[in-house]
Ligand binder design. Structure first.
Ligand SMILES: [Zn+2]
Length: 295
C-alpha cells in the first residue's frame, strides 16, 4: 500500500526560493562546511534578482526546533536578563512616539501589540509595565517555560486567530530566523488594524560590525554568522520590497547600535568601539529598525 503523502517524513534540509522576488538565479557566496555545527552542503547564497541573501539549504522547522532548547535560553538569556530587559524598556519608550500608539492613547485605551518570536517574554513584560495590552507568540516550549518563570508572562505557541485590531506587531531579531518570512508578514498584515504598523529589527549587513563578523567567521572559522539558526539576510531595499508586497508601506528606517549584551574581552571591546564609531559617523549602525504601516 502506498504511504499517504501527508505521512512522508519531513526532510531535514529544505531549499527555498528568494522570499522577496522569487528569482531562480543565485550566486553562491560561501560554502559553510568549514564551520562547526553546520550541516554539510549548506551555502550562503545571494539572489541575483534583489540581493537578499539566505542559507541554502536550511534546516526544516522540526530540526530547527532542536536548537531552541532549554540550554539555548539558559546560556543566551539568563546571564544577561537585566541588560536585555533594559534594552526592551528603551524600545517600548521609542514606540510610544509612533502614530498608531499615539492614536490609541488619544482614544483613551492601551496600545495593543503582539510580539512575534517573543523569546522569554521581555518585550511583552516591559510593554505591560508601560500599560500596554501586550501578548506574544513563541514557538519554542523552552522559551515559553522561561517566560512564565522569569517574566510571569504566558506566551502563545502560535498566532492567534486573525483579529485586525492590533496597533503594532513586532519582530525583534526574528525575521531572519523564521521558516517563511513572507507568510509571517502576511499574518501580521491580517492581525493589525488599518493604520497599524509592523516593526522589524534586523541586522544591518552593510555596517562595518556585521561585515567584520562575516570576515571573522571565514578567517577564524568561528560561527559568527549564527548558522544554522539564521536563514535569511535581508538588506534594506529587499526588506522594503517584501513589506510592500505584504501590504505595508515603509514609514521609516533607522540604524541603531546594539548595547553589549554579553561580556567581551578587552580586544573585542576595542573592536566594537571602533566599528561603532565608524558606523555612527556614516549612520550605518549594526542593526536596523523599520516601521511600516498597513495599507
Ligand atoms: Zn530576490
Amino acid at each position: 500500500m502506498m504511504r499517504p503523502a501527508a505521512m512522508a517524513p519531513e526532510p531535514a534540509l529544505l531549499h527555498a526560493a528568494c522570499p522577496v522576488c522569487d528569482a531562480a538565479q543565485d550566486r553562491v557566496l560561501l560554502c559553510l562546511d568549514f564551520l562547526a555545527g553546520v550541516p554539510a552542503g549548506m551555502n550562503l547564497v545571494r539572489c541575483r534578482g534583489c540581493g537578499t541573501e539566505r542559507i541554502d539549504p536550511h534546516l526544516s522547522p522540526r530540526c530547527m526546533a532542536d536548537h531552541y532548547d532549554d540550554s539555548y535560553y539558559q546560556d543566551g538569556y539568563l546571564p544577561f536578563l537585566a541588560r536585555r530587559r533594559a534594552d526592551f524598556a528603551r524600545r517600548v519608550l521609542e514606540l510610544e512616539r509612533l502614530a498608531p500608539v499615539l492614536y490609541a492613547r488619544r482614544q483613551g485605551r492601551p496600545p495593543r501589540v503582539l510580539d512575534i518570536g517573543a523569546g522569554v517574554g521581555l518585550f511583552v513584560a516591559e510593554a505591560r509595565a508601560r500599560g500596554w495590552q501586550a501578548s506574544g507568540v513563541e514557538p519554542s516550549a523552552a522559551a515559553r517555560r522561561m517566560a512564565a518563570r522569569t517574566c510571569s508572562v504566558d506566551l502563545a505557541s502560535d498566532w492567534p486567530s486573525a483579529r485586525q485590531d492590533l496597533d503594532l506587531v513586532t519582530f525583534w531579531d526574528v525575521l531572519g530566523h523564521v521558516d517563511d518570512p513572507r507568510a509571517a508578514l502576511e499574518q501580521a498584515r491580517r492581525a493589525v488594524r488599518p493604520g497599524g504598523e509592523v516593526i522589524l529589527k534586523i541586522p544591518n549587513f552593510q555596517s562595518s560590525w556585521q561585515r567584520m563578523l562575516g570576515w571573522m567567521s571565514v578567517r577564524r572559522r568561528v560561527n559568527m554568522l549564527h548558522v544554522p539558526t539564521v536563514i535569511w539576510r535581508f538588506h534594506r531595499h529587499g526588506a522594503r520590497h517584501l513589506l510592500d508586497q505584504c501590504g505595508f508601506s515603509l514609514q521609516g528606517v533607522r540604524t541603531v547600535h546594539e548595547p553589549d549584551l554579553i561580556p567581551l574581552t578587552p580586544r573585542w571591546r576595542l573592536v566594537r568601539r571602533v566599528t561603532a564609531l565608524l558606523d555612527a559617523v556614516t549612520d550605518n549602525r549594526q542593526e536596523m529598525i523599520l516601521h511600516a504601516r498597513a495599507r
